[in-house]
Ligand binder design. Structure first.
Ligand code: MLT
Length: 273
């Protein structure tokens, strides 16, 4: 049955309710997976730009935005299973999928296990390595601090890490919007997803198997998943292009949305699908 188009639509996926936006037309849609701890509205500049020419779908992963959390233990593999079931519910045999940061971890997990579901991928501000012991320790400290003292302190230090200084000082609209997305997230979702990220497996060893067109985008000032990691992805994925966005950090799609959208549009229009 033909599914409705619009915003904040609801679909039952893997026994949870997924909230999604679906707009525009085109045979092969572009699906966007947000990072941690954001929601589908973090893709608004891309959604509004691309839906003039393509079918674009953004969705809230389980436990974030308007999607429910369910009772299943959260893991990157479960998020990837949700993506595949979401595509099946929408009757999509294939899609171009873009994942930012944790969205990229989810995407790489899914591509590894279900390669036939993807026509092309965009890996944005992400990496294939697993967490180091030091990073796992930091995540555990964040879990303790969120569980005991709430999310305000975590949110403020997280914001400082994802934007460049200029954005933090001058582009308060983006910073405030991102802050409100994080503060609206349930404590349980934050802590269980931090745990899922810390427990994720590396995907570097399977990158050689990826042969579909791949765009790798990274903010030049990204401190969380730095350009060095983007370069590692580029060197390991045969059919890939690397694009570094100037004057942008981890949320390059928000900080420099015009440059980001231009790269996306160029990549998509050059695809011969
Ligand atoms: C994200 O933006 O999804 C997270 O910062 C990823 C991470 O912390 O590894």
């Amino acid at each position: 049955m033909l599914k409705a188009k619009g915003e904040n639509l609801l679909l039952t996926v893997n026994n949870i309710i997924i909230s999604y936006n679906d707009s525009g037309t085109g045979e092969i849609p572009i699906i966007f997976i947000h990072g941690f701890p954001f929601d589908k509205s973090s893709w608004q500049p891309q959604f509004e730009f691309l839906n003039k020419y393509n079918r674009v779908i953004t969705y809230d992963i389980r436990g974030f935005g308007r999607s429910t959390c369910g009772t299943k233990e959260i893991s990157i593999a479960n998020f990837a299973d949700d993506l595949i079931d979401f595509m099946e519910q929408l009757e999509l045999n294939t899609a171009i999928v873009c994942g930012l940061s944790m969205g990229g971890y989810i995407l790489l997990n899914a591509v590894n296990r279900f390669p036939d579901k993807f026509a092309a991928i965009i890996l944005s501000d992400t990496q294939c390595i697993a967490d180091s012991n030091e990073t796992i320790e930091k995540r555990q400290q964040s879990i303790s601090s969120i569980s005991s003292g709430g999310i305000k302190e975590f949110t403020e230090s997280f914001l400082k890490n994802v934007f460049i200084e200029d954005t933090l000082n001058k582009n308060l609209k983006i910073v405030d919007k991102t802050r409100s997305i994080i503060l609206a997230t349930a404590v349980d979702s934050l802590t269980s997803t931090l745990n899922a990220i810390a427990n994720r497996e590396e995907t570097c060893s399977s990158l050689k198997k990826i042969t579909i067109p791949t765009l790798i985008i990274c903010g030049k000032e990204d401190k969380i998943t730095p350009p060095l990691q983007a370069k590692l992805l580029k060197d390991s994925i045969t059919n890939s292009t690397l694009c570094i966005i100037e004057n942008a950090a981890h949320l390059s799609n928000l900080e420099k949305s015009e440059a980001y959208n231009t790269e996306l549009a160029k990549f998509i229009s050059n695809l011969q699908l």
